[in-house]
Design a protein around this ligand. Structure first.
Ligand SMILES: [Fe+2]
Ligand SMILES: [Fe+2]
Length: 195
């Protein structure tokens, strides 16, 4: 009898001690699913680019896909750290084909905007729930989304400049290759600085 009572008190106490509210836990799990979908969408895009012989763009999309996976894992580990239940998400099938490389990159930009909106909603929820720990954690994502949107806007602007000429695909691919190399060099420099 005493043992049962002790156990139920313990359960109540454990529940009280959970750092994250159910609403935040759910919103973070939704964000995990969104980042995971982005990773698989970009992977599908990389594969289509590869099929089209767009090597530079394929490499660029592979890098984006890996990045999104790391965004997902960052939230996954955070949720575990605050005693939340991180859920490995079900991923819906991403499109297999795209009308053109321009349309594909426009879709990437739109998806990034969607992710930004979702992060902003999460920030709003943290304010409502007085969850300052998660609010602080999300700051990194706010900066990351600003950078990613700027990157994609820059790419779409350059594509507009390249135009629709017969060799435009070649030049677009070279441009993406250059951006990919610049990102790789930046990551290597950051890794060196952190080592
Ligand atoms: Fe992301
Ligand atoms: Fe992203």
């Amino acid at each position: 009898m005493h043992l049962v009572l002790f156990n139920s008190i313990n359960l109540i106490t454990n529940k009280k001690n959970q750092m994250v509210s159910k609403k935040i836990e759910k919103a973070l799990n939704d964000q995990i699913a969104l980042e995971a979908y982005a990773s698989f969408l970009y992977l599908s895009m990389a594969s289509w680019c590869d099929q089209q012989g767009l090597e530079g763009t394929s490499k660029f999309m592979h890098r984006q896909s890996t990045e999104e996976l790391s965004h997902m894992m960052r939230i996954f580990h955070y949720l575990s750290e605050i005693d939340g239940h991180a859920i490995s998400p079900a991923i819906k099938q991403a499109p297999l084909t795209y009308k053109s490389v321009r349309e594909l990159l426009t879709q990437v930009y739109k998806h990034e905007q969607k992710v930004t909106t979702s992060i902003h909603k999460l920030v709003n929820l943290c304010n409502k729930e007085n969850d300052y720990t998660t609010l602080h954690f999300l700051q990194w994502y706010i900066d990351e989304q600003r950078e990613e949107e700027a990157l994609m806007r820059g790419i779409l602007d350059r594509i507009k400049l390249i135009g629709n000429g017969p060799q435009s695909l070649y030049f677009i691919d070279k441009e993406l290759e250059k951006i990919n190399q610049a990102q790789a060099a930046m990551e290597a420099a950051e890794a060196d600085a952190g080592a």
